[in-house]
Each structure stands twice: as structure tokens, then as C-alpha cells.
Design a protein around this ligand. Sequence first.
Ligand code: COA
Length: 246
Amino acid sequence: MTELVKSFVLNKVQHIELNRADKKNALIAEMYWALKQALVDAKNNPEVHVILFKGGENCFCAGNDISDFLDESVLDADGPIATFLHELADVNKPMIAAVSGPAIGIGTTLLLHCDLVFATNKAVFSLPFVNLGVCAEAGSSFLLARQVGHLRAAELILSGNSFDAVKAKEYGIINAIIDENSYWQFAQEQAEVLAQKPLQALMTNKRLMKVDNKKLHQAIDQEITEFSNLLKAEEAKAIFKKFLSR
Ligand code: COA
């Protein structure tokens, strides 16, 4: 059990919260395992109708912990990241995220698996993979283009530039921009409204919208293979070491 991820059920909503504020909610192996377990719990619990995902108020998630990338085994097929990502792709109940502050790497790609995403004006999104010498992950090479179209996906992935909530809304990555003082309450209310609806109908409609899930799993595996190869190269190693020796 880790304290770095909190998971509990309230009013038919499985709350999943990142709790590593001192490291800007950068994800390490034990957090991926805990996140995966929280998703399994949500799937298996008939009392849970909706999943609500929260990062920190000042930083949603700074992406994967960069020091973990120096350990190449972190991306093994049965390792924490791959296991979590495949579970994420199989989530069978509506998933909602509430974002404030930076959402970097998996902090943004996780949102592509959600069904409703709310963000404050303080949210900053980024897919910095090219600039780190690696490639897109979490199925984002597939999901982002499907969600926003190829040109916009290519712009965000190839440039790695960060973007604000206004652009995220324009591109269709978030549903709405909510005042920072009320965004969490708003997200909770939206989750609880959905949670009152008939569970089988929610799940069936979600499943129907995920007809190409096989392709998503393939994309996740393909990305992990390419990511692992790029991680072994000096190009990426030098970039990560530079960040860690700031
Ligand atoms: N991996 C490891 N440690 C991280 C991290 C990451 N992805 N993101 C932040 N941290 C750590 C910092 O090293 C620092 O640790 P320290 O206090 O022991 O020195 C701490 O979290 C606070 O980060 P800091 O950079 O001082 O905060 P900030 O408010 O100035 O900036 C970010 C916040 C998120 C913008 C910045 O930390 C950042 O760019 N992180 C890297 C994001 C990234 O490239 N992720 C990889 C995606 S694949």
C-alpha cells in the first residue's frame, strides 16, 4: 500500500487522487501499481458507477518520474507502466478528470482516456516526448489524432510545446474551463450526477464508443517498444540526466 495514491468510494464515485505534491505528482512504479489497483477495484465494485481522477491543485501531474526512465526495466511488458496503461485502456465505467496546474506527459495523455475533462485557467498541458528524445505513450499516438485530427495531433506531439486550457478546449481535449476555486466541487457534482444514472446503460454506451479498443492496446504496446528503444539511446539519456542534475 502506498500513500502516494489515494483511492476511496464516495456516493458511487471512485475517487483516485495523486498524492506526491513535493515531486509535482511525478509518477513512480509504486504509484502505477496503486493506480492500476484502483481501476481494478472500480471495475469490480458494482457500487461504483463513475471514476473521478484528481492530481494536485498546483500541479495535476508532472509525468513519469524522470529518474525512473534511467531504469530501462520500468517499461517491461509486465512492469508497472505497461500494466497500468492496459488497465486504463479497459476502463469500463465513465472516467472524469479535473486538472489544475501542469499536466505533463502522462498527465495529459491520461486525459485522452477520460470521458469528461474539466480544467482551470491554471492548467498547462504538454506532450514533451520529442523534446525528451522519446515518443508518445499511453496510446496517445492513436487517441490524440482520433480526438483532435491529425494536423492538431501532429502539432502537439512533434513540437512538444505546452498549451493552455483555452487551446485545450478549442482542440477538444477538455470539456470546459472552470474557476479554480470551484473546479473540484464542480467535477465532483458532475461525477455524482452521472453516478445516479443506470450503471448498465452507462457501461454499454461507454463500450460502444470504444469499438476500436484493440487498436488502442496495439498502439500502447507499439509505443512502449519504440519508447524503450529510444530510452537506450544517448540522446534521451543526456536529456534526462540534465534535468536530474539541475
Ligand atoms: N520526474 C522527477 N522529478 C520531478 C519531475 C519528474 N517528471 N517533475 C518534477 N520533479 C521534481 C523536481 O526535480 C523537484 O524535486 P526537488 O524538490 O527534489 O528538487 C520537485 O519535483 C519540484 O519540481 P520543480 O521543477 O522545482 O517545480 P516547478 O514548479 O518549478 O516546475 C514542472 C514544475 C512540473 C513544470 C517541472 O518540474 C517539470 O518540468 N518537470 C518535468 C516534466 C517532464 O518533463 N516530465 C516527463 C514527461 S514524460
